[in-house]
Design a protein around this ligand. Structure first.
Ligand SMILES: Cc1cc2nc3c(=O)[nH]c(=O)nc-3n(C[C@H](O)[C@H](O)[C@H](O)COP(=O)(O)O)c2cc1C
Length: 192
């Protein structure tokens, strides 16, 4: 059976550089045989996490849908911008909602734990948003997600793309494609 990978970005911006980078890695995962579902976190309309809201109304519909997406996928491919040295509030908020107990009382954290993830980042800066990956890795580690060593941080990202034809630097593009391939391979091994 094919490995199922969920591809998501921490940016909701139209023309997001991280989304473009994510799409290249997703291509690599598909070429390696994975079924990749690309989602936009903004489409889940998640309110900022609020314990009172959760206690009074339960999980928002979007959080339940996102939990279901994660439940039905073997691994995650995540690209995130760096905002002030961390990753984005939208992505953290999504992880916080997903980690909450499900409607049926089962663990939200268990949906993520023991599954693989690969990280990417893109920034107009010189470090390519690398610090966002470090911060995200710490949180995913706490959630039991197995973050693979294959990763890529795209520096000077505003100048790095060749229109819709991927990256100008074809060597870098190959590395990004390989992140998707490596995630598919690792998820396959975990699924055995
Ligand atoms: C609030 C905010 C904080 C930012 N902080 C950083 C930063 O710490 N490091 C960095 O490299 N870029 C930073 N940037 C620039 C983003 O990397 C840049 O806007 C990037 O294009 C966002 O990713 P996207 O194109 O996928 O939306 C910041 C942007 C915003 C809006």
């Amino acid at each position: 059976m094919s490995i199922r990978i969920l591809a998501l970005s921490g940016s909701s911006r139209r023309g997001s550089l991280n989304q473009k980078l994510l799409d290249i890695a997703a291509h690599g995962a598909r070429d390696a045989g994975a079924v990749v579902t690309s989602i936009r976190l903004a489409n889940y309309a998640l309110p900022a996490y609020d314990g009172d809201l959760e206690a009074e109304q339960g999980l928002p519909e979007g959080a339940k849908r996102l939990q279901s997406e994660i439940a039905t996928h073997d691994a995650s491919l995540i690209a995130t911008p760096e905002y002030n040295g961390g990753y984005t509030a939208m992505l953290k908020n999504a992880l916080d909602w997903v980690s909450r107990p499900r409607e049926d009382g089962t663990s939200g954290v268990a949906l993520l734990a023991g599954k693989a993830a690969a990280l990417l980042s893109a920034s107009p800066g010189q470090l390519g948003g690398l610090r966002s990956q470090l911060a995200l890795r710490t949180v995913l580690d706490k959630l039991g997600v197995l973050v693979i060593p294959d990763a890529f941080a795209l520096a000077m990202a505003h100048e790095a793309f060749e229109g819709d034809r991927g990256l100008k630097d074809k060597g870098a593009e190959k590395t990004v494609v390989n992140v998707g391939t490596a995630l598919c391979r690792t998820a396959g091994r975990l699924a055995r």
